[in-house]
Design a protein around this ligand. Sequence first.
Ligand code: FAD
Length: 554
Amino acid sequence: MDRMLKTLLYCPLLFCQQLYGRTNAIMPSTEASLYSGADNIITLDIGSLRPVLNLNTNKLVLFHNSFYGDCQRFAPIYKGIARDLYKWRRLLQFYAVDCAQERNTELCREFNVHETPSLRFFNPDTKRKQKILGSVIPTQDPLFITAVLADLLGQYEYEANVANFRPLKNSDTAKTLFLDHQGLKNPVKFIALVLQPKDTYIGRDTLLELLPFKEVAVRIVPDAQIFTNFGLKPSNQTLAIIDRKGSAQYLAPFRIKSKDYAITVGEFLKKLNYMPDPPIPVSVAPNVNQFLDQRNQAVLAEVLKPPLKVYRADLEQAIDKLLHVELHKWFYYQVRNLEGLRLIINVLRNLNPLNKDGKTLLTNLYKSMDVYRIKGSDFKDSIDINEKPLKVFQAKRYIGCIGSRPFLRGFTCSLWTLFHHWTVEAAKPPNYFLPGKILLAIHGFVEFFLRCTDCSEHFLEMAKRRNMNAVKTYDEQILWLWEAHNEVNQRLAGDPITEDPKFPKIQFPSVKNCPTCRNNNSEWQEKEVLKYLKRIYDIKNLSFYGLPTSQGYV
Ligand SMILES: Cc1cc2nc3c(=O)[nH]c(=O)nc-3n(C[C@H](O)[C@H](O)[C@H](O)COP(=O)(O)OP(=O)(O)OC[C@H]3O[C@@H](n4cnc5c(N)ncnc54)[C@H](O)[C@@H]3O)c2cc1C
C-alpha cells in the first residue's frame, strides 16, 4: 500500500474559469439526494461549493451523477468512508455534488468532471489557489481512499495547535511542546509521544485515530533517544504520554499498531474522565413511502397495469435531460465530440415526439451548430436563448420509467426508451437516416457524453464484439439494439442497488407482453419481436398519460 501511495499521481488540475452564479442554485427541499448530513456528507451545488472550498480545512468532494448505477453503487462505499472517518472531522469534511442536477451542469463542466464518480481532495490552501480543481483520488477502493486521505492530511502543515505531523526535534522538551497549546481556551492537557520508525506511519495514524480526544495532542518521535528529553529512561518502549507539568510515563499498547496505541491512550484518558467526542449517530434509512406520494403511487399503479406501454412523457424527460444536463460535459466541442453532438441533435430534430415548439427548438439548435468549434458555454447559451420564447417541455415526471424508490430507473430508462423509439421511427418513411446511422448516434453519445464510466466501457466493448458497424438494414438496426439492451439486462439482473424490485430486469419482452415472441422451446422469434418493437415504440402508439394532452402537443 505504501508503494502504491508513493507512486500515486494526485493529478492536480487547473481551474480555468470563474464560476458564475445561477438563479436556480438552491437545492429544492423536495429534491431527493443520495447523501445527507446524517452520513457526515453535505450536499453542495453551484451556489455553495466555492464558499466551502474557501474554508480553512481539508475537503473531500465527490462529484457524482445520481442518474447512474455506478454512482449509486459507490454511494454506500462513500457513506461508509465518511462515517468511518467522522473521527477525523477536525481536519476533514466530506461533500457531494450531483452532476445530474441541471443547476450543476456548468459547475461539473468547469471542474472537468468527465467521469463520475470523481473524488477530489482540496487542502486548506484552496482559498489562496483559486485555480486548483482538486487532486483526483483515482480509486473507489475504501481502504485505498482512506490511505490516500491519511497521506494527504499528513502532508499539510497546520497551525501547531490544530495538528502537528512534523517529527520532534532533538532539542524538544515538554515545555517547548506545550508552547503550541497555550491559552485558556486550549483543552490540550496531554501530549502522546509515538515512536515512528523511518518509512512507517504509525505516529501519523495514531494522531488521526486520537482526533476525537480534545485533551490530547500527538507528536511523532523519530528517534527513541528523544524520549530521554522528557525524563524517560532509555528502553525499547514506543509510546509515552506527558502532562502539562512535564511528568512523563511510558504506556504499554497491546500491539505495535496505531489502533492499539489509540486504545491505550484513550483508556488512560478515560480513567481521568476525559471522554472522546461521541461517534456519528446511526443513520435511519429514508422512508420510501414519503417518496411514493399519492401521485407517484397512482402513476406506479397505472404503469404496472398490463399491457406494457411506452410513454411520451419519458421520451420528453430524456430529451429534456439530454439538452439541459448530459450534453454539457465539454469545455469545447470540436472534431469528434462535435461530430457526435451534431449527429445527436440531428437525430433528435427529425425523430422526436415533442410539440411544435420542441421541433422549432431542435431545428434552430441544429442550424446554430454549423461551425467547426463550439464552446460548451456557448452551446448552453444557444439552448437557453432558443428555448426562452418557447414552451417545450410539459412532462413533470417519469411515467413508464418511474421507480419505486428514489434513484431507481428514471433517466437511463428514458434514454433506452428514446434509443428504441429512434430505431423504430428511423425505419419509417421518409427514412431520414441511412441504416446504422442511429446506432452511430447512440455510440457517439455513449463515447462522448455518458458520464457513467462502467456503462460506456461495457457498451463500447459490446458494440465492437457485436459488430455494430455491420448493421445493413433498418430492421437489423432495431434488432441490434434490442439484443444489446437484453445483454445489459442480463448483466445487471439481480443487482441489489440498481434493480427496481417492481421492474425486474428481464429478457425483453416478457412472455406476458408478447406471447408470440418466443416459440415453445423459448427461442426468440425475431420477426415477432420486430413486429412487437415496431408497435410499442411507434410514435402513433405512445401513451399521453402524464402529459397535459389538451395543450401539450399542438
Ligand atoms: C447505453 C446504456 C448503457 C448502460 N450500461 C449500464 C451499466 O453498465 N451498468 C449499470 O448499472 N447501468 C447501466 N445502464 C443503465 C441500465 O441499463 C438501466 O437503464 C437502469 O438500471 C434502469 O433500468 P430499468 O429497469 O428502468 O430498465 P431499462 O433497462 O432502463 O429499460 C427501460 C425500458 O426499456 C424496455 N426494455 C427493456 N429491455 C429492452 C430491450 N431489450 N429492447 C427493447 N426495450 C427494452 C422496458 O420497457 C424497460 O422498462 C446503461 C444505460 C444505457 C442507456
